[in-house]
Design a protein around this ligand. Structure first.
Ligand code: HEM
Length: 261
């Protein structure tokens, strides 16, 4: 069965939102799934943009000329969202276990990754609020039943008496949509926020400065330091650490990747 255009757009947008939300639950997904999910989200965001390519091209051409203030607002928000998604994906790839780069400043890149995720989450809620009219209409057209007096179901004769009720229904639908997505985003962001604020306050800088004295090698490499410690990890994690590669098979309270010999 061919999906109609509303359902297709709604499915992609809902998938983007749920996937973005899930990306904040690293403990639940694990790092491997988180990385694949992140890349899939970047691809879905590009696809979303391609679906609106005509609008993007039209506003790009007329941005400084004749276009509405609303179109300009939407455009600026979309540029910020694109910048946010790009930063999340680039920093995510740089700190990923796929590339396993020997980074001098893993902590800073991780901080950028987390903060760009938090700020982009805020922008996503603003985007949902600005487009709530379209989203509610599309939801109604795709899954709703016609209701006299409710959004979309008012006959020409009933309009004057139905107008306030229509306005109330629209307001309720707006509050419901923004409330649900806003609260869901707050819950997701609250998982990453405490660590991100601490890191901004300097804990991460101290941790990575301390770790750079003892841990300075790329993931696959190993080297014996003067203290006799073999370091195979450049993440600088202290127990339990931020690194999802932490294992302690001999249960001595230290990560197996940074054992002393
Ligand atoms: C929209 C996409 C993404 C969002 C919202 C997101 C969000 C986050 C958040 C909030 C954290 C910190 C979680 C915590 O400490 O509990 C994190 C960590 C991380 N993310 Fe992402 N991320 C995204 C995409 C990606 C991508 C595309 C990659 C790489 C391919 C990636 C790789 C990582 C890595 C390596 C960490 C650090 C894990 C560690 O501390 O060991 N992320 N991400």
């Amino acid at each position: 069965m061919k999906l109609n255009s509303h359902i297709k757009h709604l499915t992609i947008d809902a998938g983007l939102f749920v996937g973005f939300w899930l990306a904040f639950w690293l403990d639940l997904t694990g790092l491997a799934l988180h990385q694949w999910l992140g890349v899939a989200l970047a691809a879905a965001a590009v696809y979303h943009l391609l679906l609106h390519q005509k609008w993007v091209e039209a506003v790009s051409e007329r941005f400084f000329g004749r276009t509405s203030a609303q179109a300009r607002r939407y455009y600026i928000l979309d540029v910020l969202l694109m910048a946010g998604f790009s930063l999340i994906t680039i920093t995510g790839l740089l700190i990923s276990s796929w590339l396993n780069l020997a980074l001098a400043d893993f902590g800073l890149l991780r901080l950028l990754h987390v903060w760009s995720s938090i700020l982009t989450a805020g922008l996503v809620v603003v985007k949902i609020a600005l487009h709530s009219g379209w989203i509610n209409q599309a939801l109604h057209r795709s899954f709703g039943r016609e209701r006299a007096g409710a959004a979309g179901g008012v006959s020409a004769g009933a309009a004057p008496r139905g107008a306030p009720r229509l306005l109330n229904a629209e307001r309720r639908a707006f509050l419901k949509l923004v409330g649900v997505t806003g609260v869901a985003t707050l819950i997701a962001v609250s998982r990453a926020l405490p660590g991100a604020v601490e890191a901004l306050a300097g804990d991460e800088a101290q941790a990575s400065a301390a770790s750079s004295q003892t841990v300075s090698l790329g993931g696959a490499q190993s080297s014996a330091l003067s203290s006799g410690c073999v370091v195979r990890c450049d993440r600088g994690c202290s127990y339990p650490g931020h690194c999802r590669r932490y294992t302690d098979s001999n249960q001595n309270g230290r990560c197996d990747l940074g054992e002393c010999v």
